[in-house]
Design a binder for this molecule. Structure first.
Ligand code: ZN
Length: 170
């Protein structure tokens, strides 16, 4: 179950987008989108995790802000697409885990293993709200904006038709 609570417009550096606020009974999830998505095929779709370091503190140690900028730009160029912002910092482990993982990452350990080293799950994310939003909007199929092809399986397993990925050129 997911409910669309509100919709509104947002003017961005990349032009006008629409925002839809959803609630699944536990938490709110926001979708930023452009164009008529109902029944549309190969809709550019970015499932983006929140990141305090990248989005508030201008960190140069992650690509989160850059990925958001490029996603918005690609969607603006295509005239159609959707970005679903998930409150899943630190791969769903939270900011505490992210902060604790930094020391391991600096030793050259990959981010996922760094979470494990810090005592958390490698990946604790739940993408079901993203799938519910795409279904509510009646998007026929998506092309994921990601450099991580594993994300295809994640949304496919939740019943979304994913026709591949489109790379975000950082
Ligand atoms: Zn980040």
């Amino acid at each position: 179950m997911i409910v669309n609570l509100a919709e509104g417009d947002l003017k961005t550096k990349f032009g006008l987008f629409k925002e839809a606020l959803y609630y699944d009974g536990q938490k709110e999830t926001i979708a930023l989108y452009k164009g008529d998505l109902k029944g549309a095929e190969n809709v550019l779709c970015r499932v983006h995790s929140s990141c305090i370091f990248g989005h508030y503190f201008n960190s140069v140690e992650c690509d989160c802000q850059k990925e958001m900028d490029i996603s918005q730009e690609m969607i603006a160029q295509a005239g159609k697409g959707i970005i679903i912002l998930m409150e899943q910092e630190g791969k769903g482990n939270g900011h505490f885990a992210l902060l604790n993982s930094v020391q391991y990452k600096r030793q050259g350990i990959e981010q996922a293993q760094a979470y494990e080293a810090a005592g958390f799950k490698q990946d604790n994310r739940d993408f079901s709200a993203a799938a519910k939003i795409l279904k509510d909007m009646e998007v026929a199929s998506i092309k994921m904006l990601t450099n991580n092809s594993k994300k295809i399986e994640t949304l496919s397993s939740l019943g979304i038709k994913v026709n591949g990925t489109k790379e975000i050129a950082l």
